[in-house]
Design a protein around this ligand. Structure first.
Ligand code: PLP
Length: 390
């Protein structure tokens, strides 16, 4: 019995994944098992719970946070896990990764400027760009031999023609699961220098990496033209109690961004996220290693099941992340019919592909940070729905 086999279904309705109003509005039904939002069905590691328990037992919530200790924990973690040397003086705390990206977009570009994204991509990126009145510039990813690749020719053409100031990189990439390799990142840095743009690298999924891949942070390649964002949220399943961080090695850019954040008093943590983050990064390594092993076994099980039982569905086997991107094109269904099959017949709340890019209506994303038995039931239901439909 591993740590990750226990099934919990008794969620509070305050959690987005099972909130009936949310489910009804997005899936047209509340009678679905949620695999859509990128959080976990697993209990956090014990040191996090113990630390939170200690705070609750004491019951004193004075101004006690100490971001320097948090930054040291983050820097030490990255050094050990990714051999990534980060300067603990180049961090700023933000309430979440999306907040950090929203701030950087405003600091490093002007209204009307182009922000480039590599599509299909995490849907909130579009909202961040639109709400800042910047222009979305799409650089579609290509599928080569069943794997997503960057299209550098198209990228360079867009940098030349579309007044791009920022490349919003997702590494590892949500939803396609690619962990970008060093060569790809080097090419991006080269282009960033040539066209004087900033790469904002969202590295929130960087700790969930499978055995055939190695995570490279863009920060390992350059001190200029980059900013990275990270958080313990995905790694440790702390989505609703964690903060994010911004890391900007260029001191001029760092000072400008830090001043803005401080002027709005946005750099404050709270005791819960602060102590939980330190506990996670200093005492959570074994738990994360076991988690990654568990997830990788689930990926393999899903891959085999699809191959043998529902070969009409194409799986993009991820290098990292607990998201799996599935292509249902061979079922030849309309967008509405595919949703009917998945949401109503298989009773699964998967994330529709169109969230990530308009022309991906035949795709869906499944979050696999769930006990394997729950995933096995889900895929069995999907198989039954597909067979009944043909
Ligand atoms: C790529 C990516 N960035 C950011 C987030 C959200 O980060 P936060 O909750 O810290 O704003 C997610 C959550 O799914 C994500 O997948």
């Amino acid at each position: 019995m591993t740590l990750f086999n226990t099934v919990y279904n008794d969620y509070e309705h305050q959690f987005a994944k099972s909130n009936p109003n949310y489910l009804k509005s997005m899936f047209g039904t509340t009678d679905v098992v949620p695999f859509w939002i990128a959080d976990m069905d697993f209990k956090v590691t014990e040191p996090i719970t113990n630390e939170l328990q200690r705070l609750v037992d004491r019951g004193i919530y004075a101004y006690e946070f100490n971001p320097n200790e948090v930054f040291k924990a983050i820097a030490d973690w990255n050094l050990k896990r990714h051999q990534l040397q980060l300067n603990s003086k180049s961090f700023v705390q933000v309430s979440g990764v999306l907040t950090g990206i929203a701030l950087l977009i405003r600091e490093l570009s002007n209204e009307g400027d182009g922000i480039l994204v590599q599509t299909p991509v995490y849907h909130q990126f579009y909202k961040l760009i639109n709400t800042a009145n910047r222009k979305i510039v799409r650089n579609p990813l290509n599928i080569v031999d069943g794997k997503y690749q960057m299209d550098f020719e198209d990228l360079e053409q867009k940098l030349r023609a579309e007044n791009v100031k920022i490349l919003l990189l997702c590494n590892p990439h949500n939803p396609v699961g690619r962990v970008w390799n060093q060569k790809e990142l080097e090419k991006l840095i080269q282009l960033a220098k040539a066209y004087n743009i900033t790469i904002i690298s969202d590295e929130i999924h960087s700790d969930i990496i499978y055995s055939n891949a190695k995570f490279n942070s863009i920060a390992s390649l350059s001190d200029k033209h980059i900013a990275i964002l990270g958080s313990p949220a995905k790694t440790f399943g702390m989505q609703s109690i964690s903060n994010g961080y911004l890391y900007i090695p260029n001191q001029d850019v760092f000072s400008k961004v830090k001043t803005t954040i401080e002027s709005m008093y946005l750099d404050h943590g709270n005791a819960f996220s602060t102590f939980a983050t330190i506990a996670a990064y200093t005492k959570g390594e074994d738990w994360v290693n076991e988690l990654v092993r568990y997830l990788e076994k689930s990926v393999k099980w899903i891959q085999n099941f699809i191959l043998n039982e529902i070969p009409q569905v194409k799986i993009f086997v991820p290098d990292g992340t607990y998201q799996i991107w599935l292509d249902f094109s061979d079922l030849n269904l309309s967008e509405d019919d595919l949703k009917d099959l998945v949401f109503n017949k298989a009773q699964l709340a998967l994330t529709p592909g169109a969230w990530f890019d308009d022309n991906h209506q035949n795709f869906m994303r499944i979050n696999i940070a769930s006990p394997l038995s729950k995933l096995q039931d889900a895929f069995t239901n999907l198989k039954t729905a597909i067979n009944d439909n043909t």
